[in-house]
Design a protein around this ligand. Structure first.
Ligand code: LCS
Length: 393
């Protein structure tokens, strides 16, 4: 069935629909490392790209392809590239698009390792990076150099919740011949479609909202154009960053409920955000759905909804935050985000621990910042849990 003109909820269930000889209603797990060729000539044709048969699971697999087809349609892209993790998606993109002597401009508040790998590893290959607050478009313009190849943004950013104007970045990228890459993990294609706003590449840690059940790690890249797709797929396959068939099966199952999970989680999130904002022990709170968020107006135009991620600080600073994290019982004290369960964590000492203190502060990742991922439990229970934890301070 061609789902191109159907609604997003229908696409979640049917896009990239899979058909096999048995009429399987769901996509089976093709748990095989390799595939039989029909003949020596067929094998040679597969390798030469003259036949599109499967060769070897690192290169491609029907279960993985079914997920790639689905996500490519959800993001309105050319094609998808599934990876073993979100970091595998990020490093495959860096590897494909950057080379010795090249430069990347990136949001300063990005998932810690997305920055660390540029600073600690890619520098060894003479790749330079500038990290700026991309919420201010002027900072991007100032950071661009003659050798800049990529503009990389994360919006909303992990963990500051800063929002960057994707369409404005697309214009800058076009003017300077850069490839615009957007990490869409915090929004998912249900809330935000970077390719429609002019980005060239969108990527995800599907560990988060797309799979949604905190039971696998994975990543995906969707490109708008075939030539970029080919480059990134080459890097992914040759670095061995492929997803495996079981991961693909799990995420095909998880993504079907993306819309209803996000709707429910963001319904809870606005209630939680209002509770926290009004609490006397809370010093500040950043949630894109509240007018107090500095880019509330931009979030309203760029996103279909405000999601379920927020960050906040307590008047008692880090020590008070530590007490809160140790005294909530329903919210799980754990890294990751975007699952059906509510999670709480401290980025400065956990997800962003490897970023230097100086760089963390410059990016707004203060020591008091607590990150909260609202799940789909009953909002009253999440709030009661926070209330109890805050009373202990
Ligand atoms: N991009 C974003 C925005 C992320 O939050 C993460 C992981 C990644 C990429 C990397 O994905 P992974 O390799 O873990 O699938 N973020 C995490 C976090 O905030 N806590 O634990 C992992």
């Amino acid at each position: 069935m061609d789902t191109k003109d159907l609604g997003f909820n229908t696409k979640l269930i049917h896009a990239g629909e899979f058909n096999d000889e048995f009429g399987s209603a769901t996509v089976p797990i093709y748990q095989t490392s390799t595939f039989k060729f029909k003949s020596a000539q067929h094998g040679a044709d597969c390798f030469a790209g003259k036949s599109d048969g499967y060769i070897y699971t690192r290169i491609g697999n029907p279960t993985i392809k079914a997920f790639e087809n689905n996500i490519a349609e959800l993001e309105n892209g050319y094609d998808g590239i599934a990876t073993s993790s979100g970091m595998a998606a990020i490093t495959s993109v860096y590897m494909a698009l950057l080379g010795a002597g090249s430069h990347i401009v990136s949001s300063d508040a990005v998932y810690g390792p997305a920055r660390d790998v540029l600073e600690q590893d890619f520098t060894r290959f003479d790749v330079k990076a500038s990290f700026v607050n991309t919420s201010n478009i002027e900072n991007i313009k100032t950071a661009i150099k003659p050798n800049t190849k990529v503009l990389y943004i994360e919006t909303p950013a992990n963990p500051t919740m800063d929002i960057t104007d994707i369409a404005a970045c697309a214009k800058i990228a076009k003017d300077h011949n850069l490839i615009l890459v957007v990490d869409n993990t915090f929004s998912s294609p249900y809330l935000q479609k970077p390719l429609d706003l002019g980005a060239d590449v969108v990527l995800h840690s599907i560990t988060k909202f797309i799979n949604g059940h905190a039971d696998i790690v994975g990543g995906v890249i969707v490109t708008k154009y075939a030539p970029i797709y080919k480059k990134i797929r080459h890097s992914m396959v040759y670095m061995g960053c492929n997803m495996d068939p079981h991961q693909a099966f799990m995420v095909i199952r998880g993504v079907k409920t993306l819309a209803i999970r996000i709707e429910r989680a963001q319904e809870n999130a606005i209630k939680v955000a209002k509770f926290l904002q009004a609490h006397p022990k809370v010093a500040w709170l950043k949630y894109p759905g509240l007018e107090s968020h500095p880019q509330y107006e931009l979030a309203k135009t760029q996103m279909k909804g405000f999601g379920s991620m927020m960050s906040f600080g307590l008047k008692g600073g880090f020590e008070a935050g530590k007490k809160l994290m140790d005294n909530v019982h329903l919210a799980i004290l754990a890294v990751s985000l975007g699952g059906v369960e509510t999670l709480i964590q401290h980025p400065a000492s956990m997800t962003h621990a490897a970023v230097s203190k100086e760089n963390k502060l410059a990016a707004g990742i203060t020591d008091d910042l607590i990150r909260f991922s609202v799940g789909i439990e009953d909002a009253e229970d999440i709030i009661a849990d926070l209330k109890h934890g805050l009373e202990k301070i």
